[in-house]
Design a protein around this ligand. Structure first.
Ligand code: AVI
Length: 329
């Protein structure tokens, strides 16, 4: 599941809708106009993201799955504490848990004494995960938690033994650089010296490969980005004419930022009923909707150091397209 896991759709007066309203008001009045990819993941958006992960062009999921399969013994060994000390495995944005199950199976086969605590903001995603784990790995101890991931971090302090936090899928790439550092620091804060962090980073590679992953031939990523406008129409009574907008994605090899935009194909006004406000767009004006940063290994080392973390091990695939990095305080 993405960093910004599915927010449940909700009636017009809930705090969720208020947060969305506030976000849209401020995002569409600033220059350049911006909306956060956090809001991609309503029910339709979450389904589209599942489809993206299956696309031939979208390499990150498949690559991370492959490297976790290949290195599962070493990863499990690195996460397992010494001498039967219990392990509390917290996963932020667990989603369908497809990649994590590789690790869970491995830990079970090594008779590890551990609990798996998947955290997701979407109760339905979490419930599906819990059910699938009950069926596939009935001996597993599971403590699911419906929460925003920052809200889940204080629960770590109560756990005996070693804590390990999983943050897979290059969700970390969706943060802006300053937020990324702040988030890593927040993750590191409740950890003791014997605890671990395991974080997925999408690595820099042929810009054409990256570009294609965010602008696929079937147009699923375009639909995923444009769904944000449908969502604002549905939930805030906006009147975006979605066919007057286009998805545009561009990778910048200088800073490793894959940026996605929604571009207005003509000059137009959009009214948002819930805000009682209209917004003007010039022809070809863009709303910046997503950042998916790509990293180099030295950059990951530097980021870890800045967050007060140590890189213990780097697991990567044959092509060095993706890295799962084991960190310690
Ligand atoms: C969830 N996140 C890591 C995905 C990414 O690659 O940044 C979201 C995504 N956006 C477009 N395609 C996939």
């Amino acid at each position: 599941s993405p960093t910004f896991a599915a927010l449940p759709t909700s009636p017009a007066t809930t705090p969720d809708t208020q947060a969305l309203q506030e976000h849209v008001r401020s995002g569409l009045t600033r220059t350049p106009k911006t909306l956060s990819s956090m809001y991609f993941y309503d029910e339709v958006g979450s389904r589209l993201f599942q489809q993206i992960m299956q696309l031939p062009e979208y390499y990150p999921t498949r690559t991370e799955f492959g490297l976790m399969t290949e290195h599962r013994h070493a990863i499990a060994a690195a996460l397992m504490p010494a001498n039967g000390v219990p392990l509390h495995l917290l996963e932020l944005g667990a989603g369908d848990g497809l990649k994590t199950k590789i690790l869970l199976r491995e830990l079970l086969s090594q008779q590890a004494n551990f609990t798996y605590a998947p955290v997701d903001i979407s109760p339905s995603a979490l419930d599906e995960l819990r059910q699938s784990l009950e069926q596939e790995l009935p001996e597993l101890r599971v403590q699911p938690l419906t929460a925003e991931y920052t809200a889940a971090l204080p629960t770590l302090r109560e756990q005996p033994g070693r804590k390990a936090v999983l943050f897979l899928g290059s969700n970390i790439g969706n943060f802006l650089p300053a937020d990324r550092l702040q988030f890593l620091r927040q993750l590191a804060q409740p950890l003791a010296p014997d605890d671990r962090l395991f974080v997925g980073f999408d690595l820099r590679k042929d810009p054409r490969v990256i570009q294609a992953a965010y602008d696929d031939a079937q147009g699923v990523t375009a639909a995923f980005n444009l769904n944000l406008l449908h969502r604002l129409n549905r939930e805030l009574g906006a009147d975006f004419q979605v066919d007057q907008w286009q998805h545009f994605a561009q990778y910048n090899p200088l800073d490793g930022a894959m940026r996605s935009f929604l571009v207005s194909r003509r000059a137009q006004q959009v009214h948002v009923a819930a805000l009682g406000q209209s917004f003007a767009f010039e022809a070809w004006e863009a709303i910046h909707t997503e950042n998916s940063y790509k990293f180099t290994l030295p950059q990951i080392e530097a980021l870890a150091a800045e967050a007060g973390l140590q890189v213990l091990e780097v697991f990567t695939d044959e092509q060095a397209w993706f890295a799962d990095v084991l960190l310690a305080p």
